[in-house]
Design a protein around this ligand. Structure first.
Ligand code: DON
Length: 596
């Protein structure tokens, strides 16, 4: 009885929290209030339509902090040196794509746990002249891959899709970054790669985060040859040490001079594939030669008059975000942030979208993917009708109803003209497969685990995926990466965002968008706000420790939600504000925004 009262109380409060119309917006939805977000005395003044974030008392990231403000341009990434490389290129006259490519190569040196040339990723571009594009440079399964390659003789799933030489897909990063530059950049490859080459040749100063990362992944790094570079004298370099990567510098120089062919053909390709084969891997030069990134039409959708440009399959990110937002858009207003009503609606919408994601999404070159249906607002209305006000729905029933009818890194860049780039790239796990290619100086991904290595059996993120995403040679494994760009109702750039963290990428990216649009938070609060996650299976609503009050937890349990706690994704975002741009690096993990 007590629990029931609590639920009513929370939901009523939530329901009363109707959204007042935003104040008149001169040129964009955030152009309200003082002419610039940075007052003459240096104080940060949020726009008049922003509301202070209200977080549980025990939550570790307090609301009300100022973002990094830049009057001209901004880069937000997981590595201070990555953001600095982007800003260096912007200041030399490069556009957002030039800068994004510079960040991509720079983090391959300065953020080796996830930045990479041995992995792949996705880039969403929105140019100030209205052009929009999505580049898929996801890895593909090697030609020698087979459906059951990760099962042992008794049919049991092994860990070979997660660690070691068999776990790597054919890398797409070099092909993707060079392709983006050729189509949308203005500078030469040598110019944009200069900061990365300098970092590798002259060395970077190891900060405490990087030193800690090497230390906590020491075993994996040492297992397949990375120790010679990252564990000199058998131990991680202490903060303050200069770390040089001369072999990587040589590889980067060759790419800067010759373009993608230096990595996919010729002596470097031959030597690194032969090194991998000796270790037991199956990627060949034939795999490298046929690798192509793919330009795709971004998923374009709207949410309450805002426009989204986000990533289509082979990532599930854009479709799942769109499907969830379409479900939520049908409510006149959403309950207050952090209330049981908010958590229930978000969790239930995620759950439904993830059921579709896990069953239906895969590489569109291999599987017919119903993008139009899943992103259709009428379809979302049907799903919305299955969400009860006061009770959770077991995933097994959600699933039936619908049949009827770790490590990654994200960076955002905006230049002075308003061109915007959202990029997410990954090796999958921290340091990928662990396999370090000593002859070329990079870690290889373990992206093969993003396939359903055994359909129906959870992968390392607990995702239970179906036949559509089974291993097939030449196929892209389904991703959750969700680089996203949002325009406001006036058509002005509003937000550039995306995240790292397996399936929680999707929910985190979505919540940052919702915190800005629905809850009217500043970007700093939107990023610091506690996050939620539901991926259909396991059938539970996850929250960050202390991210929900005990009363809200009780209400959700009374509705039938099974609750779990987990660390959720990490994001790096940029938002256009009056007189410039706010940049916020992930507060949970030391991301860095640099603007000017
Ligand atoms: O593409 C994907 O969805 C995963 N490989 C992403 C992995 C990830 O985000 C790990 N962590 N931070």
């Amino acid at each position: 009885m007590k629990a029931r009262k609590l639920i009513l109380g929370t939901l009523v409060l939530g329901a009363c929290h109707s959204q007042s119309a935003p104040s008149p917006a001169p040129t964009g939805a955030t152009d309200v209030g003082t002419p610039t977000a940075l007052a003459s005395d240096g104080r940060y003044v949020p726009a008049a339509d922003r509301r202070p974030g209200v977080f549980p008392a025990a939550w570790r990231h307090k609301a009300g902090r100022a973002p990094v403000f830049g009057a001209h341009a901004m880069v937000a990434s997981d590595a201070p040196l990555g953001s600095a490389a982007g800003v260096e290129i912007l200041k030399r006259g490069g556009n957002a794509v030039d800068a994004a490519v510079a960040v991509g190569f720079a983090i391959a040196v300065a953020y080796p746990e996830a930045g990479n040339i041995g992995g792949g990723g996705y880039m969403v571009i929105h140019m100030a002249d209205g052009r929009a594009a999505a580049l898929d440079y996801r890895e593909i399964a090697p030609l020698a891959a087979t459906r059951d390659m990760y099962l042992d003789a008794s049919g049991k799933l092994t860990d070979k899709s997660i660690v070691g030489p068999l776990s790597s897909g054919v890398p797409g990063a070099v092909a993707g970054l060079t392709e983006a530059l050729a189509k949308y950049g203005t500078m030469s490859l040598a110019e944009v790669m200069a900061p990365a080459i300098r970092y590798a040749e002259d060395g970077i100063v190891v900060d405490s985060a990087l030193s800690h990362s090497f230390k906590s992944n020491q075993k994996l790094i040492a297992e397949f040859g990375g120790g010679s570079v990252f564990l000199p004298n058998g131990a991680p370099p202490a903060p303050g040490t200069t770390l040089k990567q001369p072999v990587l510098a040589r590889t980067l120089r060759a790419i800067a001079a010759k373009g993608r062919s230096a990595f996919y053909e010729g002596p470097i390709a031959e030597s690194w594939t032969s090194e991998l084969r000796h270790a037991g891997g199956i990627i060949t030069t034939a795999d490298l030669q046929r690798y192509q990134p793919v330009w795709r039409e971004p998923v374009r959708s709207t949410y309450r008059g805002y426009s989204l440009f986000t990533m289509p399959p082979s990532s599930s990110g854009g479709v799942t975000i769109t499907e969830t937002l379409n479900i939520l858009e049908g409510y006149d207003s959403l309950p207050a942030f952090g209330s049981a009503g908010w958590a229930h609606l978000l969790g239930s919408a995620y759950q439904r979208a993830f059921v579709d994601r896990n069953e239906k999404l895969a590489d569109p070159a291999f599987v017919k993917v119903p993008i139009a249906q899943l992103t259709d607002k009428t379809y979302a209305a049907r799903l919305r009708a299955t969400i009860g006000n006061m009770h959770a729905t077991p995933t097994s029933t959600v699933s039936t109803a619908m049949r009827d009818g770790m490590e990654t890194t994200h960076y955002s860049v905006v230049d002075e003209k308003g061109n915007a780039v959202a990029t997410t790239t990954t090796l999958n796990n921290l340091y990928g497969s662990g396999v370090y290619i000593a002859s070329a100086g990079f870690f290889l991904n373990d992206e093969m685990d993003d396939f359903a290595a055994q359909p129906g059996t959870p992968n390392m993120f607990g995702l239970v995926q179906g036949e559509a995403n089974a291993v097939q040679p030449g196929k892209r494994m389904l991703s959750a990466m969700s680089p996203t760009i949002v325009l406001d109702p006036q058509g002005q750039l509003l937000l550039v965002t995306g995240a790292a963290g397996g399936p929680t990428i999707i929910t985190t990216t979505m919540e940052i968008i919702l915190n800005v649009i629905e809850q009217h938070m500043t970007l700093a609060d939107a990023m610091r706000a506690p996050r939620l996650h539901h991926q259909a299976l396991p059938d539970q609503l996850d929250y960050e420790p202390n991210g929900l009050t005990v009363a809200v937890q009780d209400s959700l349990k009374a509705m039938g939600h099974k609750l779990g706690t987990r660390g959720l994704a990490t994001a790096n975002s940029i938002m256009r504000v009056r007189g410039g741009l706010d940049g916020v690096g992930e507060p949970r993990s030391g991301g860095a925004a640099v603007g000017y």
